[in-house]
Design a protein around this ligand. Structure first.
Ligand code: FAD
Length: 419
């Protein structure tokens, strides 16, 4: 049976980042993916500005920039065709102008896997892992079959599960817990004929759900619609997608002359959380650690960052030849601590967007206080700490803005939306 120091299951952003971080230490690594690349993936394709630094550390930023990807300078947000906000990313704490990458997943993931392919990591495409191998209750390998159904078993001192939302750990070790987003689905397609998108990601909230629209090329956008599944009942998915997207006049203004250029793809049961594994020899990274909801769109950053954190803990495990659950649990603690406040903020925002009246007031308040909206996108962009928003001072200023707007409306003021 073939044996490695590290076996990685999954070649998305989390798995490839783990491979590229860990190969620097000279470990003997195999990365398995059931897919043959390039493969596509339902995603908003809008990547947190903070991801650039990790791409740089991985040595892939230059090749990403060579793809000539769209760079966005901020976010446009509207609520219920009533309130509207356009905000640029603030500079980083060390004075850098921040932008976010908007790049098609088929291209990004293929680029990352090519870096793995060109390294001394063994890349096994078309290899589906169906179960773990155990020794004394600890994970010590994986088994499965390749593209022509030949069975394989591979041993590893550490197994990294980077298998995403359907990863093998969640199924075989029963680690998945559904969250409040249960029943919500996301529908996505690339759209040609988009116009006036500027350098912004467009988030439009309205009944029956919200969209994220990211420019990914000349007149080309990636459109993701998130709705409760019940609204789709009985409807044709393509028609529902088009009708709902264009049912909002702000979206119609930027997308109305074009249409989807591919079959609409869907992802079910969006949000879930994950229990930590009890056995040694196993670490989970990326979406295998849980998923909130795509509204704040930072899954790729979280995937890269979780792999970066995991690499540090794995290095210590090899240094001390200790692959026990106690040793690897350090990673769980660091990761959960780092993402804790950001997760709370994401959950608050997700509750807010389904409360039209409050949502409108908050967007109006943010629109009238550039400093607050700017900090918010810095936090969502993962380069400002969440505590800058989750504090009494921020909440009071937001509330003050809401009260001031209401007063202005009472004496006859009104806000302007683009025509
Ligand atoms: C609707 C939607 C919109 C989103 N929008 C954004 C956005 O705008 N910005 C953003 O940053 N994030 C976004 N995300 C999140 C982002 O897509 C994920 O966070 C990211 O893809 C996670 O990367 P990953 O490497 O963990 O998993 P994945 O990218 O899912 O990769 C997992 C890989 O593992 C392989 N695999 C799985 N199981 C096995 C197995 N048993 N054996 C072998 N291989 C296996 C799969 O083939 C796959 O290649 C969105 C997600 C959704 C659902």
């Amino acid at each position: 049976m073939k044996s490695y120091d590290i076996v990685i299951v999954g070649g998305g952003p989390a798995g490839t980042a783990a491979a590229l971080f860990l190969k620097k230490y000279g470990y003997n690594i195999a990365l398995l993916d059931q897919a043959l690349f390039p493969r596509d993936k339902v995603c908003g394709e809008f990547i947190s500005p903070a991801a650039d630094d990790i791409f740089f550390d991985l040595g892939v930023l230059d090749s990403i920039n060579a793809l000539n990807p769209t760079r966005l300078s901020g976010v446009i947000l509207s609520a219920y065709e009533n309130s509207y906000l356009q905000v640029d990313y603030p500079d980083s704490f060390d004075g850098r102008t921040m932008t976010s990458l908007s790049v098609e997943r088929s291209k990004l993931d293929n680029l990352m896997i090519n870096h793995v392919r060109n390294s001394d990591v063994d890349l096994l495409e078309g290899f589906k892992v169906t179960d773990f191998l155990f020794d004394n209750g600890n994970v010590c390998g994986v088994k499965g079959h390749d593209a022509i159904k030949t069975k394989f078993s591979i041993k590893g001192k550490i197994i990294i599960d980077a298998g995403g939302r359907n990863s093998i750990s969640l199924r075989q070790l029963n680690l998945r817990r559904e969250s409040s987003g249960r029943g919500r689905i996301a529908l996505a397609a690339h759209w040609e004929g988009a116009r006036d998108l500027g350098g912004y990601c467009h988030m439009h909230i309205s009944h029956p759900g919200y969209t994220g629209i990211s420019p990914v090329g000349s007149n080309r956008a990636n459109v993701v619609l998130t709705v409760d599944r019940k609204y789709l009942a009985g409807d044709n998915m393509e028609q529902f997608f088009r009708k709902t997207v264009l049912g909002n006049r702000l979206r119609r203004r930027i997308l109305g002359v074009g249409g989807p250029v591919e079959k609409v793809k869907g992802v079910d049961s969006l949000a879930y959380s994950v229990k930590k594994p009890k056995c040694g020899g196993l670490l989970l990274v990326g979406d295998a650690t849980g998923f909130l909801d795509p509204f704040t769109g930072e899954g790729i950053y979280l995937s890269l960052r979780s792999s970066q954190l995991a690499a540090g803990v794995i290095k210590s495990a090899f240094d001390g030849s200790d692959f026990s659950s106690r040793q690897l649990n350090t990673y769980e603690l660091i990761r959960r601590k780092e993402f804790f406040k950001k997760n709370i903020l994401s959950k608050i925002l997700q509750c807010l967007i389904y409360k039209p009246s409050l949502c409108n007031r908050v967007v109006e308040s943010l629109a009238s206080q550039k400093e607050l909206s700017s900090v918010l996108v810095g936090v969502i962009g993962d380069y400002m700490p969440a505590r800058k928003v989750l504090c009494a001072n921020y909440a009071l200023r937001l509330l003050y803005g809401i009260l001031k707007q209401r007063q202005a409306l009472l004496i006859g003021g009104s806000q302007s939306l683009p025509n």
